[in-house]
Design a protein around this ligand. Structure first.
Ligand code: ADP
Ligand code: MG
Length: 549
């Protein structure tokens, strides 16, 4: 047996651990299960590159409560540690073995999924335990060891008789942390942080089957292959919906559509975003986008990472390239994070565009549920605004849906003001303005329904960016003052052509008897008009009757 002093820079780190991470005590389990996962994935990697001949098998991680002895066990079948490695990786606090491993196997281990540090790592165990033990046996042919530390910088290390490969961490739960011996609590934490981790995690057993076929099976709490880790081509619409409910078990509404994110350069990011039904969202606002790193849950506060207008969406984002444990303002200044945010914006815009192009009718039907997010995006993200023109819709009170360009085209000949600007008549309240809407419709005008709370800002922006466009709330004044092109009179001929035409015509018809009009005609009508003034007509009639003298 050996004993010694843990090599720490601060004389006694444990009171500090407790104090500074008080609010985050529960993350100890995430850290320990992450280490167990890493140990398993490291072994898998060593097997796959032929560094060892040991049988990898189907390793799992087990979390077990021993309430009687006030102990919590985390057991893995990973690569284990030799005595030297315990000395090196455990006793040298703040020495991240994951970093060293990745450094050593830099090129081959890139895609191994190893998690590494979130922060405190292994020592976060002391937030809830007053004594921590490690019993571990390396995959190398060396004796097992038992390390014990009671929270002071002193530790002991002795031989152990463990025969199977892997590591068992035993937490002797402190009096003030007894809740971590409760099944419901551990279940809650495993479900929160570890639900999609890549190695199966067993927590107790459950019965399956009916009657005589009843069997006790491992209760595996995680899905090691969540949808977002797969290729979009492997997944059906059904798979995406299924995953939505896996992510939010309390959500019964179906999502409207999903956006699969998948990029590995210049940063690494996968994920699936869902557009929820607006109505459902109001009830379950707490279903938020979840941020993961290598399938470990980190947070559901994605502010600063996802553009603000998209925080109303649901789903997951998984990226090892988002710095953790840094302030939000740091996050916003980080170049990588900015790129990630822009990528997400672009992906969402592209998806909306393709949905619109592929099935416009369906898109129109979903419009009411998605318009808030999109209109907010147009106002807050210039990059989104640039793309929005091709799919943002302006529905009329008659349920026609125009894009902005289509709307301009529809108004061109019938709804302009005296300056020639196109006038978009709109209403924010169909019922309250019913009679005006009817009046406008009777005159053949289009009335657009704009009823989301940020509409006045949107209108301002659209007017600013479209010089020939103005918005007017539908009312009697506006209806009466609009100019229809049918009343307006513009010839297709130039002034010069009109003069020539007039001269030619005057040579044919006597201008004393007829009026020749070439300048004030509807553009769709004949290029000229010959009329006979009323008094001339009467005079001619009188002459024909022989009465004139
Ligand atoms: P990190 O995970 O960032 O490396 P930790 O403090 O969580 O830092 O762990 C320190 C090191 O201890 C790990 O890198 C690893 O070498 C070793 N270690 C911890 N837990 C285990 C385990 N279950 N099996 C094997 N090695 C482990
Ligand atoms: Mg760790």
């Amino acid at each position: 047996m050996t004993s010694g002093k843990i090599n720490v820079t601060v004389e006694n780190i444990f009171p500090l651990i407790k104090k500074f991470l008080y609010s985050d005590h529960e993350i100890f389990l995430r850290e320990l299960v992450s280490n167990a996962t890493d140990a398993t994935l490291k072994l898998k990697h060593l097997c796959s590159i032929g560094e060892t001949n040991v049988e990898f098998g189907n390793p799992k991680i087990e979390v077990r409560i021993d309430k009687e002895n006030k102990k919590l066990h985390i057991i893995d079948q990973g690569l284990g540690m030799t005595a030297d490695e315990v000395e090196k990786y455990i006793n040298q606090v703040a020495f991240s073995g994951a970093e060293e491993f990745l450094e050593k196997y830099k090129d081959s281990a890139k895609d191994s999924g190893i998690i590494g540090h979130f922060g405190l790592g292994f020592y976060s165990a002391f937030m809830v335990a007053d004594k921590v033990e490690i019993i571990t046996k390396s995959y190398k042919d060396e004796p097992a060891v038992h390390w014990t530390c009671d929270g002071s910088p002193e530790f002991t290390l002795e031989k152990a008789d463990k025969t199977d490969r892997g590591t068992e961490i035993i937490l002797n739960i402190a009096e003030d942390s007894l809740e971590f011996l409760e099944e419901y609590k551990i279940n809650e934490l495993l479900t929160k942080y570890n639900k999609f981790m890549p190695v199966p995690i067993k927590f107790g057993t459950k019965t399956e089957g009916e009657g005589d076929d009843k069997v006790e099976v491992d209760n595996i709490i995680n899905n090691p292959n969540p949808a977002w880790t797969k290729q979009p081509s492997e997944l059906t619409d059904e798979d995406y919906k299924k995953f939505y409910h896996e992510l939010y078990p309390m959500q019964f509404e179906e999502p409207l559509f999903n956006i699969h994110l998948n990029v590995d350069y210049p940063f690494n990011l996968t994920g699936i975003l869902y557009f929820p039904k607006l109505s459902a969202d109001l009830q379950l606002q707490k279903d938020k986008i979840q941020l993961y790193q290598n399938q470990v849950f980190v947070t559901d506060n994605v502010e600063g990472i996802v553009p603000e207008f998209l925080t109303m969406l649901k789903g997951v984002i998984d990226s090892p390239d988002i710095p953790l444990n840094v302030s939000r303002s740091y996050l916003q200044a980080d170049g990588n994070v900015k790129k990630i945010s822009n990528y997400i914006t672009r992906k969402v815009a592209d998806k909306l565009k393709s949905l619109f192009n592929e099935n416009r009718e369906d898109f129109e039907q979903k419009w009411n549920d998605i318009k808030m997010v999109l209109e907010y995006g147009m106002l807050s993200e210039p990059k989104f605004y640039e793309k929005a023109g091709s799919f943002v819709l302006y529905p009329t009170t008659d349920d026609k849906f125009y894009t902005l360009e289509e709307l301009k085209e529809a108004l061109k000949d019938k709804q302009t003001d005296k300056d020639g600007k196109l006038v978009v008549l709109y209403t924010s309240n169909k019922e309250a303005q019913h009679s005006y809407i009817e009046q406008a419709k009777a005159k053949g005008y289009e009335v657009v329904l704009l009823d989301s709370p940020i509409v006045s800002h949107l209108i301002q922006k659209l007017e600013m960016d479209n010089e020939n466009l103005t918005f007017a709330r539908v009312d009697a004044d506006f209806i009466d003052n609009l100019i229809k092109k049918d009343d307006n009179t513009i010839s297709k001929l130039s002034e010069e052509e009109q003069t020539k035409l007039k001269e030619t015509l005057e040579n044919i018809v006597p201008k004393q008897t007829y009026t020749i009009q070439t300048e004030a005609l509807d553009s769709n009508a004949a290029p000229f008009m010959i009329t006979q003034p009323e008094f001339m007509r009467r005079m001619k009639e009188m002459q024909a009757a022989g009465g004139g003298n």
